[in-house]
Write a protein that binds this ligand. Structure first.
Ligand code: NAI
Ligand code: MG
Length: 350
C-alpha cells in the first residue's frame, strides 16, 4: 500500500470548510482505489491562532512541514489582521521557504458551468506563474514614515537562474499538452531591464524546445486576447504579479473563483509542494455552508498527480465533471447546492 503524508492547513474563512470537504473526497477516493492511503495531520495555523500566539507558524513549524509529501492549504486572510501580515505570516514563508517556484493554474469551463464569455468553450489554459521572486520578492522599504517626504519602494527582483528555471518548467509542461503552444507574457516595452531579460531568456530556452510553438504578448494586451480570442491561448508563462492577476481573470472567465485550483510546486522535490484553491477566505460566505468545494477538489486532483497517482487524479477530475455536468452547483455557479451536497455528490460519483 502506497502511503502519503499530507499536512492540512485549513487557515481562515472558508479555508477549513473546503479543506474538510477536500479531505472527505480524498478519503472516499483512497477507499475506492485501494492502492494508496493518506496519513493526514492538521495544523491549526490561522489568523485566530496568530491573534492568540503572536505568530502564524510556530518555531520549528517549517522544519516539521518538511517531513510531509504535500501540503493541502485552504486560505489565509482575516478582517482582524492586515492582509500583508497574514500573507507574509503563513502562505509566503511556505511558498518561498520551500522554493515552490512554479505556480501552476489551469483554467477550463467545466461541464454544466457557464462562462461569462459567449466563446468561453475556447478556454483551456494553464497559467504558469513565477512564484519565488519578481514583484513579490519582498524587496523594498519605507522611510520617513508619516512625513510629507515619506518614500515607499517595492523593487522587483529577477534573477537569471529564477527566470530560466520557470521558462524551462513552462516549456516542459507545454510539451505535455496537445496544443504544444506557449505564450510569453511580460511588459518589456515599458519595463526595459528585468522584463527585457525575461524575454531574452525565454527565447534562449526556446531553442531547446523546437517542437513547441511560441508567441509573446504584453500583459495588458493579453487580457483582451483572453476575453476576445480565448481559443488562441494554451500555456502562458508570466511573472509573479502578472500571473496572479491573469489567473483571477482566468478563473472568472471560466465560471467562478470557486472552481479554480492551483499547485505551488518545487519541481525538484527537495521540499514538499503546496496545493490550494486560488480563492481566499471569502468572508461574505464564511460559515454559511455554501462555499464551492470544487476548486479544492480540483486542487486535490493536482496533488494526487504530483504524488504519483495519475489514475486517481483522473478519476477525481472525471467525478467533478460528472457532478457539475449533472447540475449539482453551488450558489456562485447559479445553483442551490451546499458545500456538503456537492461533496456527497462527488463522493457518490467516485
Ligand atoms: P476571495 O477569493 O476570498 O473572495 C472573492 C469573492 O469570491 C467573494 O465574493 C467570495 O464569496 C467569492 N468566492 C471565493 N471563493 C469562493 C468559493 N469557494 N465558493 C463560492 N464563492 C467564492 O477574495 P477577497 O475577498 O479579495 O479576499 C478575502 C480574504 O482572503 C483577504 O483577506 C485576502 O487577503 C485573502 N486571500 C487569500 C488568498 C490565499 O490564501 N491564497 C488568496 C486570495 C485572497
Ligand atoms: Mg491572487
Amino acid at each position: 500500500m502506497r502511503e502519503y503524508k499530507i499536512a492540512a492547513i485549513g487557515g481562515d474563512g472558508i479555508g477549513p470548510e473546503v479543506i474538510a470537504a477536500g479531505l472527505q473526497v480524498l478519503e472516499a477516493l483512497a477507499a475506492k482505489d485501494g492502492g494508496f492511503r493518506l496519513q493526514v495531520e492538521h495544523f491549526p495555523w490561522s489568523s485566530p491562532y496568530y491573534l492568540k500566539h503572536g505568530h502564524y507558524i510556530p518555531e520549528g513549524g517549517l522544519e516539521k512541514l518538511k517531513g510531509f509529501d504535500a501540503i493541502f492549504f485552504g486560505a489565509v486572510g482575516s478582517q482582524e489582521v492586515p492582509d500583508h501580515v497574514s500573507l507574509w505570516g503563513l502562505r509566503l514563508p511556505i511558498a518561498q521557504g520551500f522554493d515552490q517556484y512554479a505556480n501552476v493554474r489551469p483554467a477550463r469551463v467545466l461541464p454544466g458551468v457557464k462562462s461569462p464569455l459567449v466563446n468561453g468553450q475556447g478556454i483551456d489554459w494553464v497559467i504558469i506563474r513565477e512564484n519565488s521572486e519578481g514583484e513579490y520578492a519582498g524587496n523594498g522599504g519605507r522611510t520617513h514614515r508619516g512625513l510629507p517626504i515619506e518614500v515607499g519602494t517595492e523593487t522587483a527582483v529577477f534573477t537569471r537562474a529564477g527566470v530560466e528555471r520557470i521558462h524551462r518548467f513552462a516549456f516542459e509542461l507545454a510539451g505535455k499538452r496537445p496544443a504544444r503552444h506557449l505564450t510569453l507574457v511580460t511588459k518589456s516595452n515599458a519595463q526595459r531591464f528585468g522584463m527585457v531579460m525575461w524575454d531574452e531568456i525565454f527565447f534562449e530556452v526556446a531553442r531547446d524546445y523546437p517542437d513547441i510553438r511560441t508567441d509573446r504578448e504584453l500583459v495588458d494586451a493579453v487580457t483582451t486576447r483572453m476575453v476576445l480570442k480565448p481559443q488562441t491561448l494554451d500555456v502562458i508563462v508570466a511573472t509573479n504579479l502578472h500571473a496572479d492577476i491573469l489567473s483571477d481573470l482566468a478563473a472568472a472567465l471560466s465560471g467562478s473563483l470557486g472552481i479554480a485550483p492551483t499547485a505551488n510546486l518545487n519541481p525538484e522535490r527537495r521540499f514538499p509542494s503546496m496545493f490550494e484553491p486560488i480563492h481566499g477566505s471569502a468572508f461574505d460566505i464564511t460559515g454559511r455552508g455554501i462555499a464551492n468545494p470544487i476548486a479544492t477538489f480540483w486542487t486535490a486532483s493536482m496533488m494526487l498527480e504530483h504524488l504519483g497517482e495519475p489514475a486517481a487524479a483522473a478519476r477525481l477530475l472525471a467525478a467533478i465533471e460528472k457532478v457539475t455536468g449533472s447540475g449539482v452547483l453551488s450558489p456562485d455557479l447559479g445553483g442551490k447546492a451546499t458545500t456538503a451536497e456537492v461533496t456527497l455528490a462527488v463522493c457518490a460519483a467516485l
